[in-house]
Design a protein around this ligand. Structure first.
Ligand code: GLN
Length: 383
């Protein structure tokens, strides 16, 4: 073949989530790797989807999302964060948070700009920044607590910084940002042109009575932020690939200019089903912390006698564990070995760093049935 193309993403391969899930499937391993639940969403939600699947509404929905869904999302963020979002101009339904994040970056970041990301960084951020022609400025976070050193952020901000991407609760570390983090961030971006892209897909998975610190709680941050969330996590339906972005009108307008040419819309029956369910069960999200905290604790106690060391996650449905008492393999080799030889799939975290630290850690997902967690923990405890 003589035809070749210069890759726009020469350093990018297939995502580790896909690689590990494929390996888990081939080796019949319990999949605690990729983040998805092994139980269905609420029955009523599935019933509503079935209803709409059999109905007649199968054409394009409005570009910004079905109005009923935008309205119920606006009510939810008003209730949760005191931010009175205008469903018409500030709420955009997107086919997955990944699409929302991508569109937000393309809309706000110009060639030559710098975007601050924290490592380990969720894997979709940096390729989207690269495709926008900008460069990623990495600020590493380290075990055991993975907290942000705001002085480093301050030092990293330049005239070219057009965006800071935050993620709370944080995948893969389970860290959640506190009120002080948000206040310092607010001060750092004051009087700048920096947009805050706030990945809050795990907004309802915050444990131990802590409050989720959405950017929407902070008026000064909210006016320059795009908050992105995913129905996939909140309703146990990651494969429905539906999420939402909340941003003030001007930012939403720019976001929508890109969204309309990337996917244009999300899927009609899914949006209708979500709207019905959220109207019928407005308290669903409030029950999630208890639900997931019980899973976190079950997994933690089942792993208590293992040689894995960990601090229980403060949020998200991921548990990072240190395996240095078991092996000195690097984390990619360890995750592959756990998946193919031990029978429990895990995700390595070094791939999410520009300069990986020397730590020996992998990530397990605890959004699984209790029996799955107990079985996996008993296999892992035998190591
Ligand atoms: N966010 C999920 C995880 O962290 C994976 C989603 C994906 O595979 N793109 O595991």
């Amino acid at each position: 073949m003589s035809f070749t193309i210069d890759s726009r993403l020469p350093d990018v391969g297939t995502t580790i989530f896909t690689v590990i899930s494929q390996l888990a499937h081939e080796h019949d391993a319990i999949n605690l790797g990729q983040g998805f639940s092994d139980y269905a969403g609420p029955e009523l939600l599935h019933e509503r989807l079935e209803h709409y699947a059999k109905g007649l509404q199968h054409q394009y929905p409005p570009m910004t999302g079905i109005p009923a869904l935008r309205e119920v999302v606006a009510e939810k963020v008003t209730h949760c964060y005191g931010y009175a979002a205008d469903p018409e101009h500030e709420v955009t339904i997107v086919p997955g948070a990944t699409e929302g994040l991508f569109c937000a970056i393309q809309a706000c970041v110009k060639p030559g700009d710098q975007v601050i990301v924290f490592d380990p960084a969720y894997d979709s951020y940096v390729p989207a920044i690269t495709l926008a022609g900008a460069s990623s400025v990495h600020i590493p976070l380290y075990a055991p607590d993975f907290r942000i050193n705001w002085q480093r952020v301050k030092d990293a901000i330049t005239i070219k910084t057009s965006m800071i991407i935050i993620n709370t609760p944080y995948n893969p570390t389970g860290m959640v940002m506190g009120e002080q983090d948000m206040q310092v961030l607010q001060e750092l971006v004051r009087d700048t042109k920096i947009v805050v892209l706030s990945d809050e897909v795990y907004e309802h998975l915050v444990f131990d009575e802590q409050l989720h610190q959405s950017v929407l709680r902070y008026p000064e941050l909210a006016e320059r932020s795009i908050m992105v969330s995913s129905f996939g996590k909140t309703f146990h339906v990651t494969g429905w690939k539906t999420g939402y972005c909340i941003a003030p009108p001007q930012l939403s307008e720019e976001l929508r200019k890109v969204h309309q040419f990337v996917t244009f819309v999300g899927v009609t029956p899914i949006q209708l089903a979500l709207a019905d369910f959220m109207q019928a069960c407005p308290k669903h999200a409030e029950q999630l912390p208890e639900f997931y905290q019980a899973k976190r604790d079950l997994f933690a106690s089942a792993m208590a006698d293992s040689k894995f060391q960990f601090t229980p996650a403060a949020g998200s449905f991921f548990q990072l564990v240190d395996y240095s008492e078991i092996s000195d393999k690097d984390d990619l080799t360890m995750a592959r070995w756990l998946t193919t030889e031990v029978g429990v799939a895990a995700i390595p975290i070094s791939l999410f760093y520009e300069k990986p630290p020397e730590s020996r850690m992998v990530r397990f997902c605890f959004a699984k049935q209790d029996e799955t967690l107990t079985k996996a923990a008993s296999i892992l405890s035998a190591l």
